[in-house]
Write a protein that binds this ligand. Sequence first.
Ligand code: HEM
Length: 366
Amino acid sequence: MSAPGAARPGRRARAPLLLPGMLALLAALWGGLLRLGWQLPVPPTPLAAFHGPLMVAGFLGTVIGMERAVALGGGWAYLAPLASGLGALALVAGSPGGSGPLLTTAGSLGLVLLFVAILFRQTAPFTVVMALGALAWLAAQIFWLRGWPTYRVAPWWAAFLVLTIAGERLELSRVVPVSAAARAAFLGAVALLLAGLALTVADFDAGVRAVGAALLALAVWLALQDVARRTVHRPGLTRFIAVCLLSGYAWLAVGGVLALVHGGVAAGGPYDAMLHALFLGFVFAMIFGHAPIILPAVLGVAVGFRPSFYAHLALLHATLVLRVAGDLLGWLPGRQWGGLLNVVALLLFAANTAWGVLRPPLTARP
Ligand code: HEM
């Protein structure tokens, strides 16, 4: 993710662009709990059916588009998060006239165009990998727009997030020397991921297994190469970020193994486990770790680190273990309570982060 910059008040004007993404996150959480069978008030719009698209395209698509727009600069760059944010609002409203898939697809196209501009400025392995992530998202949105069931689109959504994050970590490896063999291994894992994705179109089961092998390879690579292995020995926020990254890589490996073993399942316990090992365990551990760096760069607000940040990280991992165990053992209460407590972990993260912004600890105050 892009490097932090000095806080500028003008950056706060970007907050409204992120609000639809935040709304999408809350709506997606509600829809996810309904999908788990919790007896909550059922909204008038199909939030349960839109849970995955709301999370990936509505929330993360808007946040990632915003981050890239800030890094690139220039007013047109903000059209990408604007389109996916409008798409998020349309999905929450029930997608009148099919507007949700259309607008989120426009948002993904906007991100691809952003990356075309970024590649013109800097063609490096990490920008190429992130651009491939944006292309995977565009492909996912087109498939969804064409009416593919969400379980078939899910590997493409997953590749969007994995390639974006892996590219960002590769970017950071510029400060740490990576051997030619390690670089080749990384690119090999990315090539396997792309080949697996393409295979899902012809043979879904074989394709998902290949994607799983690629995710496992990427997890091992990241765990071995990431600078986090060194920074985990430093104190404070630096160690917290490293713990987030390393624990996230463990979940990426779990998601990869589950995909490798179970292949192209379309619903049920193994499906829930493989998706959320990746989407919650990996992606949200990355978000937890990067939020204290990204929020200052994007919104111009400083996040004061507190050791209590470990509470939301520990809760996420513990409750995901419960959920995945429930999924794989066919133990419904474990799956349901794990999922509900996953939501609590995300809300605790939001509360802890807001607390860190509004009441930074004395040592973090200027
Ligand atoms: C935090 C609590 C969450 C809960 C309670 C939840 C719940 C669920 C459930 C029950 C399913 C259906 C599984 C099945 O059919 O067996 C599902 C599918 C899915 N979830 Fe989540 N989820 C959560 C978080 C996330 C996150 C953070 C993401 C993405 C970043 C995500 C993305 C998806 C996707 C893409 C699907 C597959 C699409 C579909 O089947 O409609 N979920 N989720």
